[in-house]
Design a protein around this ligand. Structure first.
Ligand code: EPZ
Length: 417
């Protein structure tokens, strides 16, 4: 079990290169199952979730090979199995994309029910609603979900809640279906658009990705090809907040600034300078940072995956801020743990009231999930003295070489195995 050790109080300075988007990669890798040919996926983040999905896709019979640490070649023409029920499959929430992809190509799938970060219920009723609407039978027995269909026929599907996973999973199940499928109230996240762009490059006919209405015209088959994933909006946001919380001056490179708009606007509101280039944002926090109010929303609103990191920044800003979490039922569990470092946050239902404090003192913290773990790194970078964070495996799921990237920015951080 490894730990991160941080000596806080350093103003971060320099450049950080953002990796490919985790939430695009964990959908595009299962999506390669739909392609009865060879695909090469570039700009993959070098993180545990990608490694696990590669092993699962191999276990189905695909032949895969890492051409380098960010490029994976997948020959899915040799897939002979539609069953992924090993325990490690259940650990990964994104394993639910295997259902849509296997159903879409083979009309059958049995997959261990998804696990992943647990903040409140993580139902998949909207995924199931979509599969059934396309003509599939669905049953869940002993934590295994089985879906099968004689044929998949396009139809209109209205999502009762804006869901990234359900939007992508229905895309996967519909691309090879007969006729046209329309997804209404679809999620618009950059990684949803990235999956649609990948599928279209392989021959799918998807229009409207990035809007609330996505139209998928079923095609006979998908051909192979190369595709490079979109930069990670959440990793980028985490480093932007790292610059702000340490009073630093950091250039966050290899990003799409438009994806960061909600965070850039909030940082500017707080007195942080955010200067925009074509594929970078320069974050300069030399003045006092003042409180503001944040509400998480589906894209293009403020991302729920930056909620813990932003709460950490608000906790050291001058004044009283509020954070409302409107996407998940219970995504403030980490607040109690942050109390150990001197954060003053009171939670009432889905609203947190954050009283800014001036100094934090290093503490021993335990990551409770991926983004809360990132927030703990951020408060450790700010706190005086030493902060240790265990359960680093959560952080490794979504952040490539976090201590290497932070060290390059001047942080005093190292890993103890
Ligand atoms: C994806 O999870 C991301 N995970 C999450 O990122 C992210 O927080 C979330 O989207 C929202 O942006 C991956 O992409 C692998 P949702 P997902 O379906 O698809 C409810 C991270 O840190 N809902 O958009 O599971 C759900 O309970 C992770 O990278 C239903 O009610 O999220 C939630 O309240 C954490 N029924 C809301 O919708 C369903 O069938 C949004 O969930 C599906 C979802």
């Amino acid at each position: 079990m490894s730990k991160l050790c941080i000596q806080g109080g350093i103003h971060l300075k320099g450049d950080v290169l953002i990796s490919g988007a985790k939430n695009a990669a964990v959908a595009i890798l299962p999506a390669t199952i739909l392609v009865n040919d060879v695909t090469v996926i570039e700009n993959l983040p070098n993180i545990n979730d990608v490694a696990i999905l590669n092993e699962v896709i191999q276990s189905l019979g695909a032949v895969t090979e890492f051409l380098d640490s960010h490029t994976l070649k997948i020959d899915a023409s040799t897939i002979y199995k539609c069953s992924a029920i090993e325990p490690e499959v259940g650990e990964l929430r994104a394993s639910y994309y295997l259902i849509g992809a296997l159903l879409g190509r083979f009309k059958y799938a049995e997959v261990a029910m998804p696990g992943g970060c647990d903040f409140g219920g993580r139902p998949i009723d909207q995924h199931i609603k979509g599969f059934k609407a396309l003509g599939a039978e669905v049953e869940i027995v002993d934590n295994i979900i089985r879906v099968h269909a004689k044929e998949l026929v396009g139809t209109r599907i209205y999502l009762d809640v804006v869901s990234v996973g359900a939007t992508i999973n229905i895309l996967l199940a519909a691309v090879l279906a007969q006729g046209t499928t329309v997804i209404e109230n679809a999620a618009k996240e950059p990684h949803v658009v990235d999956v649609a762009n990948f599928l279209n490059k392989m021959g799918a006919k998807i229009t409207g990705a990035g809007t609330h209405l996505i139209r998928i015209k079923g095609v006979e088959r998908l051909g192979g090809g190369r595709y490079s994933t979109v930069p990670d909006q959440i990793e980028a946001g985490t480093y932007m907040i790292a610059a702000a919380i340490t009073g630093g001056d950091v250039c966050v490179r290899n990003i799409i600034p438009e994806h960061m708009e909600s965070l850039s606007s909030k940082l500017r509101e707080m007195g942080v300078q955010v200067l925009e280039g074509d594929d970078f944002l320069q974050v300069v926090a030399q003045r006092k940072i003042t409180a503001t109010n944040v509400k998480t929303l589906p894209y293009p609103g403020f991302p729920t995956d930056l909620q813990p990191q932003m709460a950490a920044l608000l906790a050291v800003s001058e004044g009283v801020s509020t954070m409302v979490e409107s996407v998940f039922d219970n995504r403030f569990q980490y607040i109690e743990e942050l109390g150990n470092i001197g954060i003053n946050i009171k939670v009432d239902g889905n609203k947190a009231t954050i009283e800014g404090v001036n100094t934090l003192k290093g503490a021993k913290l335990s990551a409770t999930d991926l983004r809360a773990g990132a927030a703990m790194v951020l408060v450790g970078l700010r706190a005086l003295g030493e902060t240790t964070i265990d359960n680093v495996r959560y952080i490794d799921r979504g952040y490539e070489e976090i201590e290497k990237k932070l060290t390059a920015l001047g942080a005093k951080i190292y890993r103890i195995e």
